[in-house]
Design a binder for this molecule. Structure first.
Ligand SMILES: Nc1nc2c(ncn2[C@@H]2O[C@H](COP(=O)(O)OP(=O)(O)OP(=O)(O)O)[C@@H](O)[C@H]2O)c(=O)[nH]1
Length: 319
């Protein structure tokens, strides 16, 4: 194994029937030569391989592609973390060819995984006096996808939130991303927003909108019944895509300033959100009405859903 690579192991959470005394191999601070797809191969070649600490395969260093923020990767050997048995758990085609450039934290369990804390250490990670437990600054990274029918105001909401201005014109989105750091109390969140192309009932949700996304803002327009039907449809697709686990969703009825042209009453939006166990609000990107609240609420909703899974022991040691 490359000498520069530091391999960390996370102690398994208290397991009533621990399979192995050896800790799982979950963290790595590799040089750029460790490719995630190789990790995936090592992991996927034999379910549990990574858990048993099979060394990573190293290759000659390719030029590392930029890796801004890699989300918490839920599928890592996920048959061992309670993932609902998706074939895609073994192998990481969507990450192929990308390299670790930072230390990444792969939580051990599904619940920890959905908590999606991405821990990015500084170049020299300090350790505790005992020298065993790395002390790392916590970067709370949240990836949120904004979904909904065409022209409901997804881009306008994201733009208003990040840039503080309303876009009058309509330019259909293919896909766009926005980033903003949000401080909530003592906590800082790096919010990465994915503004998606307008969806309809025939759209297929790409994998990239399922894996590594912590929360969703589902937007309809209060003056479009069709857009309301589409969010119902979208929710079903998300629900299925996530293996029917609990989702962090905020339902938003946008264009509330067009209330006289309403086709969807607020009470209907509220009822739908309740049926999902989600939060609901109406907004207007035009009037900058509650646009900030949307993204704060979705961060809170992510925390709420994560907490509902309970906390796990996530002690980690340097091997
Ligand atoms: N009156 C009103 N118009 C809005 C509001 N939000 C967006 N619009 C307008 O609606 C149109 C579509 O807005 P976009 O933000 O591009 O909608 P979108 O959902 O991103 O559209 P797609 O890219 O097709 O998915 C634009 O002309 C906006 O100016 C709003 O809150 N009130």
């Amino acid at each position: 194994m490359n000498e520069q690579a530091q391999v960390y192991a996370c102690a398994a959470p208290k397991d009533p029937a621990p399979r192995e005394a050896r800790p799982s191999l979950l963290w790595v601070t590799p040089p750029s030569s460790i490719l995630i797809d190789q990790w995936g191969a090592a992991c996927g070649a034999e379910p549990g391989a990574a858990r048993l600490g099979i060394p990573l395969v190293l290759s000659p260093p390719p030029p590392p592609p930029p890796l801004a923020q890699l989300p918490c990767v839920q599928p890592l050997c996920c048959d061992h973390v309670g993932c609902p048995g998706r074939a895609a758990c073994f192998g990481f085609p969507w990450l192929a060819g990308r390299s670790f450039s930072e230390l990444l934290f792969f939580p051990e369990s599904t619940s920890a995984c959905t908590s999606a804390d991405l821990r990015v250490p500084s170049a020299r990670t300090p350790t505790s006096p005992a020298g065993r437990r790395p002390v790392m600054p916590l970067v709370r990274y949240r990836k949120v996808a904004i979904l909904g029918y065409r022209s409901v105001g997804k881009t306008s909401l994201a733009h208003q939130f990040v840039e503080g201005e309303f876009l009058e014109g309509y330019d259909p989105t293919v896909e766009n991303t926005y980033s903003k750091t949000v401080t909530l109390g003592k906590d800082e969140f790096h919010l990465h927003l994915v503004d998606t192309a307008g969806q309809d009932e025939y759209s297929i949700l790409p994998y990239s909108l399922i894996i590594g996304v912590h929360g969703y803002v589902l937007v309809y327009s209060v003056n479009s019944l069709r857009s309301f039907q589409i969010v119902k449809n979208l929710y079903q697709k998300l629900h299925e895509g996530h293996g029917k686990t609990r989702l962090s969703v905020l339902l938003v009825g946008n264009k509330a300033d067009l209330s006289p042209e309403r086709e969807v009453q607020a009470v209907e939006g509220k009822k739908l959100a309740e049926s999902w166990g989600a939060m609901f609000m109406e907004s207007s990107a035009r009037d900058n009405q509650l646009t900030q609240d949307i993204f704060i609420k979705v961060i809170q909703e992510i925390a709420r859903v994560e907490n509902s899974y309970g906390r796990q022991d996530r002690r980690c040691y340097l091997m």
